[in-house]
Design a protein around this ligand. Structure first.
Ligand code: ATP
Ligand code: MG
Length: 562
């Protein structure tokens, strides 16, 4: 990654770390972590957390750990883990040493639990989950002590050890911290530290019958790894006293600092793993990597670049205030990066045949075309010009409207990089009455598209040679939802945009595009940015996805709606 993209703007988290560093409170190397649960695929919200954790650490000369928070064996798998690892790498980050796991600390966490029991800070509760909930109280009512709260240390040790060896059914006992049932913070009313799960874990197999809870596991894992700043989303703010309480009870010298920030919310988008998996399971999308999904895999297949996602995460910044970001900001970051890195090409999505009557039948002219208008290092390519061509159906109008400057009867336009042509006559299908061919003449003196005598040509259109172009399937993607806040209701599926994908089977592309490697990006001139589909594209049958249009077409739609 180049230096530029790793330099972050200031934010409140950096200010806290700067203060910690300058006040010498922090003698350690600045260490953060990204702690995904391997129970689904990463989405754009996770990208924010990944970028924040990695760039903050790097900017302070520190490191960021990738640690799987794998404490729910029933929901987690190594497939998810591998997919997440691949996504973080693809985003451009490196965690140097090996990948870490909360499950690496199961033994240590267990020993610490015994320590808490021995010090009277934890007890085994044998109430049911429902009873525990009832005893916990509410926001306005304090909780009640469980009848098991005052079990002796030896009884607690005995029961806890037997929980660990699998003597009990799921749900019969839990280990709870002994804090304060009257605390105004419900998280402090004797939270559960361990529960029984007679389930196999994808890494530790059948070794454990009890699994530690998130709030207990996370702070201990952070401390053991020497994490200095544990950055998490705002919903954990009320859990911070518990984070600190656990570490204060245990014989661990290092105490990381938890800092909360607002999660990323994007309009027209869903950033909840549960809701995204509903879309997959209901068949609303083709899978987690459907190019319309806000997952890293989906966005990548759509053609979003890692640099664009990093740029977006940098621009939205980090705050404590929950706001919704406009998805067009993300799309603009994608445009900006692709404008820089995508070579230009010509493709015709809805072909209309053009025959240049005064051009020799078997001739081919090889014309120079720039691969990038702003960057000469992309070089030039040769475009074959022939008597029979295809242009975009939309670039022709039989009865042109006032602001239409492209091809029309009797009118002259420029074919990009080629010649000036004039529409002479039209041919229709005798049965359907449909326009099938536009007959034109060209001006041989206009090679390269230059006007030979200074006459004004208003329209420039793209084209492909009928003889040389290759047929391709093109997927035109649009936003998956048609309302700004689909996640506000549980009926988010009712707001799916019915036109979120259009498949065009007979598009015609420049010959070179057929041989592109899957994942390659192009700007199809005048049509948008496209990429060769990573799963479906091959030289024999090219498949392109539209990543994003050249301009924000939703802006227009929204203005019209108002
Ligand atoms: P979900 O709520 O969709 O199930 P999660 O947040 O529980 O997802 P994790 O795998 O636990 O998923 O998340 C890993 C990290 O990513 C956490 O630190 C979490 O705070 C962060 N994260 C998840 N969603 C967002 C978001 N929308 N914005 C910023 N950070 C997020
Ligand atoms: Mg989580």
């Amino acid at each position: 990654m180049d230096k530029e993209s790793t330099l972050s703007a200031s934010n409140f988290i950096r200010s806290i770390i700067e203060t910690d560093v300058s006040s010498k409170k922090m003698e350690r190397v600045i260490t953060t972590r990204f702690p995904p649960e391997p129970n689904g695929h990463l989405h754009i919200g996770h990208a924010k957390s990944i970028c924040l954790n990695f760039t903050t650490a790097t900017d302070f000369g520190g490191t960021c750990n990738l640690r799987f928070d794998d404490t729910n064996p029933e929901k987690e798998s190594s497939e998810y883990q591998d997919s997440i690892t691949e996504d973080v790498r693809w985003l451009g980050f490196d965690w140097g040493k090996s990948t870490l796991h909360a499950s690496d600390y199961f033994q240590q966490l267990y020993d610490f639990a015994l320590y808490l029991i021995k010090h009277g800070k934890a007890y085994v509760d044998s109430m049911s989950a429902d009873e525990i909930r009832m005893y916990r109280g509410t926001l306005t009512e304090i909780g009640k002590a469980s009848p098991y709260r005052d079990r002796s240390v030896s009884e607690n040790l005995d029961l806890f050890q037997r929980m660990a060896t699998g003597e009990f059914e799921d749900g019969t006992h839990v280990l709870r911290a002994k804090i304060d049932m009257a605390s105004p913070n419900i998280n402090m009313r004797d939270p559960t530290l361990y529960r029984i799960r007679n389930a196999s874990h994808h890494r530790t197999g059948d070794r454990w019958k009890i699994y530690p809870m998130y709030d207990y596991t996370h702070c201990v894992s952070d401390a053991l790894e020497g994490v200095t700043h544990s950055l998490c989303t705002l919903e954990f703010e009320d859990h911070r006293p518990l984070y600190d309480w656990v570490l204060e009870q245990l014989p661990i010298a290092h105490h990381p600092r938890q800092i909360e920030f607002a999660r990323l919310e994007l309009n027209y988008t869903i950033t909840s793993k549960r809701k995204l998996s509903t879309l997959v399971n209901q068949g609303d999308v083709e899978g987690w990597d459907d190019p319309r999904m806000p997952t890293i895999k989906g966005m990548r297949r759509r053609g979003y670049t890692a640099a664009a996602l990093r740029d977006f995460c940098e621009r939205i910044g980090v705050t404590k205030k929950q706001t919704t970001i406009d998805v067009s900001l993300l799309e603009n970051c994608v445009r900006t990066d692709l404008d820089r890195c995508a070579p230009r090409a010509m493709s015709v999505l809805r072909p209309l045949k053009v025959i240049i009557e005064n051009y020799p039948k078997s001739a081919t002219d090889l014309l120079d075309a720039a691969n990038h208008p702003k960057d000469d290092s992309f070089g030039i390519r040769k475009l074959a010009f022939t008597r029979e061509l295809y242009i975009e159906r939309d670039d022709f109008m039989e009865i042109p409207s006032k602001k239409f400057f492209r091809l029309a009867p009797g009118r002259e336009v420029r074919l990009r990089y080629a010649y000036l042509i004039t529409c002479e006559r039209l041919e229709y299908d005798p049965k359907t009455g449909e326009l099938i061919t536009v007959y034109c003449t060209y001006d041989p003196k206009s090679r390269g598209g230059k006007s030979p005598d200074g006459r004004k040509i208003k329209g420039t259109i793209h084209w492909v040679s009928a003889e040389h172009a290759k047929r391709a399937q093109v997927h035109l993607y649009d936003r998956l939802f048609n309302i700004p806040n689909p996640s506000s209701s549980d009926d988010f599926r009712n707001h799916l945009n019915a036109d979120s994908v259009e498949v065009i089977n007979n598009a015609l592309i420049e010959p070179g595009l057929g041989d592109a490697i899957p994942g390659a990006h192009y700007q199809f001139e005048r049509l948008g940015y496209f990429c060769a589909d990573e799963n479906r594209h091959s030289a024999g049958s090219p498949v392109y996805n539209r990543t994003v249009t050249l301009r924000d077409t939703w802006l227009k739609k929204e203005v019209i709606q108002k």
